[in-house]
Every structure is written in structure tokens, then in C-alpha cells.
Design a protein around this ligand. Sequence first.
Ligand SMILES: [Zn+2]
Ligand SMILES: [Zn+2]
Length: 279
Amino acid sequence: MAIRIGRWDCGACGHVGNLGPDTKCNQCGSPRPSNVVFYLPSDSDEVSDENQIRKAKSGTNWVCAYCQAQNTATDTVCNSCGSPNTPQEEHRKLEEKVYDLSEVPTSSEDIKRNKQTPPPPPPKKSRKWLKILGIIVGVVLFFVFLSTFKSDVDVNVDQKQWSRTIKIEKFDFVTEEDWQVPAEGQLLESFQAVHHHDRVSRGYETKTRTVQVKVGEEKYVSGQKDLGNGYFEDVYSTRPIYEDRTETYEEEVFEDVPVYQTKYRYKIKKWADGCLPAV
Ligand SMILES: [Zn+2]
Ligand SMILES: [Zn+2]
């Protein structure tokens, strides 16, 4: 759990990069604002000093309810006005914040940008749909209204015409092919033809493929926790480690083989359009 030192910029003199744990500006001595938001420069090193690590882990700073001075969690009295740090006094504590790695502020500009993120615009879609629905209902009502008008009309028929079509068919021999000869058919010839295909196994073929195999887990820094006292702490998550492995497998190979059967050509008398030549 690596600890790093955060930074804050002075609003009074503009000094950039005061150390997080410092409660006064390094340049002008102005107190650290009570609503301070710390940032963590991307190149900040890990703290190795035991004393600093202990301070970082001691808890969030508290803001004196009387003089707004900021004190460390271990301070039993306000270092500015001397009021005691007891629960009855209702001193405000700075808050811890957890950031995803991509959201850690690295400068005051980042903090300003995060604050200015505009709220999502109110959805306008529903209103548009309401309008369309209103138009549809209006059109339907208009036609319902029109259909209520009725009037009788006298019509005279001057002429009437009709025609009909007669289909002429002829009962004669036609030539057909099939896998059997019907009872009234007269066989002309028989021959071998492809009736269907059979899927036949031709054995196995050895092939290779790449598969991902989970070989373990790793811890990685997934974010930063603002400890509320000028320090940040790495936030860890675990993720699986995969490795590519090549494996061999057997794949069955198939072939479509035609199956022949005897087919017959025959002539048969049938009703058909016009004159079909008989064989
Ligand atoms: Zn300053
Ligand atoms: Zn005080």
C-alpha cells in the first residue's frame, strides 16, 4: 500500500504545489482552505519515511469549529485556538475520496474541470414523442368525424357487359421421369441417376488452435485514495492473467458421396394445355 504526498495550490498568492500535509502556504503563510481538494502529480514518488507513513495512516484532518484551522487526527487540541478535539465540539473532518486511476486530479486545473462537469441535459425525447402521438390522434379523430357524414346517391346503370374464358385441354401422351412408373404409365427406358448424397466420414485430421488459459492473478494499482490529510494511498485490484497456449485436436472430415438409383422414363396419358407432342 504505497503512500504518496498530495499537493494543494494557494488561492491567496497563487503558489503552486504546497505539500499536502502542510496547513500553511509555503510562500505567503495563508492557511490551507477548509474546503481544500488535494491533487496528486503524476510523477509523485512513494513515501518511504516511517514517520510520514504513520501520519498518513492516522486518519483525516479536522477543521476547528471555532477558528477553521486544520489539525491532524492525532492533535488533541486545535493548534491555533486550543479548543479540545472531543466529539461534543462537532469539528468537521476532511473526507476520504477514492478515485479511479483515470480520474485522479493531477493539478488544480483538473479539480476545477471536475467541478465544472455540466449536469446531463434534461431528456427532450419524451416531449417529441408526445407531439407525434398528438398529431396521430388528431388525424384519426378527423377521419372519425368525416365518417359521420352520410348522404344517399341515386345511380343509373346504362350498359352491362360480360365475357368468359374457356380453357381447352387435350387428353394425350406426355413424357415424364420418376423413381417408379405409375400403374397407367408405359415404360420407355430406365437409367441410373443421382438420387441423393450421403455424408460419409473420411477419417480424422489433426489441427491446432490457440486457447487462452488462466495461469494466475495479479495485483495492480487501480486507483488512488485521498486520505483527507494531504496524503494519497494506492488502491489495488486483482485481475486474472491469461496465457496463449497452442493445442492440437482431431477434426472429423466428411465427404458428400452421390448415391445412384434406377430412374424411369415413361409416357402417360394426361389432360394438358394445347397439344403436347407424345413420344
Ligand atoms: Zn500563498
Ligand atoms: Zn481553533
